[in-house]
Design a protein around this ligand. Structure first.
Ligand code: SAH
Ligand code: SF4
Ligand code: F3S
Length: 477
């Protein structure tokens, strides 16, 4: 395909925002695409966050409706789709390695169709690279183009040419999209898409479009259906769930939504992610008043230094974060708190890093997801001067991780000899006689049991406490 035959995405176009309510569309699979996957198998690989996991469930749902069947074995697949993440360089390199390795399968079977989607597909540099150097890829579709997959597959099948469809736009809300959930007891439920926060290091607002909320009726209906199907847990998803509803201008907030989702009677409700900026009192009240909202809050701090936070465009100071954090700790006793931290943001000084260390001392998190800053082309931070060397950043990360582990361990001590409720995920990955699942506080528990199955809520006595998991034995099956 000659260079001018396709349109590249544009991160620059993707940064536009308006205040209008997003359009709501409804998906219908056209008749002509329904048998396209007959006798064909697909293999789907998912990278990145829960938003991508949920998107993959939509992709699987669409493929299933087209007659494809899932394959456990990529060697036997007629269609391979890689759903990608662009949040850090490491994530991208992994995907490129994986796509590189698929060349072998394509050479062995020229009928094999390879698709790439997700956040990397939204970047012009990645699409150019794939078009020039990774010719084994037949289809590239963006995060706004998932519902075009049937059409793209049809076109590739009939014309045998490569197809790209990546829109760099604010996006809409598409309902009635098929879904094949990967779990039978826990479900991801999107409550909003996109992000308008534009933290200066982050690519997500460019790859996912504007912050736009689903209508509450559609969310509640989805959760009610999940309850009927026997689901035990929903995780309400959004890059900033606290901002839910603001774009709909109807005064219905995330606190209201939490109350209404709680009324469906689902056993466990979680939500991801809370930005400190919009965490209001109606949310705290809703969390307090509903016992099926789990005692676990993920509240990313990113840095403990006000100067760095300002450069990150996080919209809060160290003191403001502490004020909110301390209030949540006070009002929600027994809750577990986790965070995200970036070390080595451009020109982060030793003093600034020490502020992050002391924030960890102050907050005593149950756990923290820690990252070395990764430069994302197209974001404002990519143009900031950075004189801090890699080794310093790695040393900082290691020091930070040691303190994170210390507090994780300290927080877990309170579970020793306690009886906790665990939602069973299934057999543990490490040991075939051991089951695993999570407590309400989102603590991973590995436990022995005789007669439990995925989706059971069981009582487990904790016998041993580690930094990042608990061991126990089931006392009630
Ligand atoms: N919307 C969520 C986070 C989504 S990305 C929130 O704001 O909390 C998940 C985490 O990846 C972020 O919290 C941040 O800690 C990290 N991250 C994002 N961009 C990054 C970058 N360029 N380099 C390193 N870490 C990054
Ligand atoms: Fe990225 Fe910030 Fe949006 Fe989270 S809030 S997705 S870190 S821009
Ligand atoms: Fe990655 Fe996109 Fe999620 S960049 S973290 S998959 S929103």
């Amino acid at each position: 395909m000659a260079k001018k035959d396709y349109k590249l995405p544009s991160l620059n176009d993707a940064r536009k925002r308006n205040k209008e309510v997003s359009e709501k569309l409804s998906f219908v699979l056209e008749e002509q695409y329904k048998d396209l996957g007959k006798d064909k198998k697909y293999f789907l690989v998912t990278h990145g966050c829960q938003a991508n996991q949920r998107d993959s469930e939509t992709i699987a749902g669409i493929l299933d409706e087209m007659g494809y069947t899932p394959s456990e074995d990529e060697e036997k697949a007629d269609l391979i789709i890689i759903n990608t993440c662009a949040v850090r360089q490491g994530a991208e390199e992994k995907v490129l390695g994986e796509i590189g390795a698929l060349k072998r399968l394509k050479t062995a079977n020229s009928d094999l169709i390879i698709g790439m989607c997700g956040c990397m597909a939204q970047e012009e540099k990645t699409v150019s690279l794939i078009m020039e150097k990774y010719r084994q890829v037949d289809i590239i579709f963006g995060t706004h183009n998932i519902t075009s997959l049937p059409k793209l597959l049809y076109e590739v099948n009939t014309t045998r040419t490569r197809k790209i469809e990546v829109f760099s736009k604010m996006g809409e809300i598409i309902e009635s999209v098929p879904v094949t959930r990967f779990m039978s007891h826990k479900a991801w439920v999107n409550i909003m898409y996109g992000c308008d926060k534009f933290c200066t290091y982050c690519i997500v607002p460019y790859t996912r479009g504007k912050e736009r909320s689903r209508y509450k009726e559609d969310i509640i209906f989805e959760v009610e259906e999940l309850v009927k199907q026997g689901y035990k847990e929903v995780c309400l998803l959004g890059q900033n769930v606290n901002a839910y509803g603001k774009d709909l201008h109807n005064d219905y907030t995330f606190g209201n939504l939490l109350n209404d989702v709680a009324k469906t009677g689902i056993a466990r409700i979680r939500f991801m992610t809370s930005h400190p900026w919009d965490f209001d009192d109606t949310m705290i009240e809703a969390i307090k008043n509903n016992s099926n909202i789990m005692p676990y809050i993920h509240l990313p701090i990113q840095s403990g230094n006000t100067g760095i936070l300002k450069k990150m465009n996080r919209r809060y100071s160290r003191e403001e974060y502490f004020e909110l954090y301390d209030k949540l700790k006070r009002e929600l006793p027994g809750f577990a708190f986790t965070t995200d931290i970036i070390v080595g943001f451009p020109n982060e000084s030793d003093e600034a890093f020490e502020d992050t260390m002391s924030a960890v001392e102050h907050c005593e998190y149950d756990n923290a997801f820690t990252f070395i800053y990764s430069k994302r082309e197209g974001t404002p931070a990519a143009n900031m001067e950075d004189t801090i060397d890699r080794k310093t950043k790695e040393e900082r990360l290691q020091r930070l991780n040691e303190r994170v582990a210390f507090y994780a361990n300290k927080n877990n001590q309170r579970f020793k000899d306690q009886i906790v409720e665990v939602l069973v995920d299934g057999l543990s990955k490490r040991n075939s006689n051991v089951y695993s699942g999570y407590t309400p506080e989102n603590k991973l528990v590995n436990f022995t049991a005789n007669n439990v199955k995925t989706g059971d809520l069981v009582k487990v006595k904790i016998t041993e406490v580690m930094s990042f998991s608990l061991n126990g034995e089931c006392i009630e099956e």
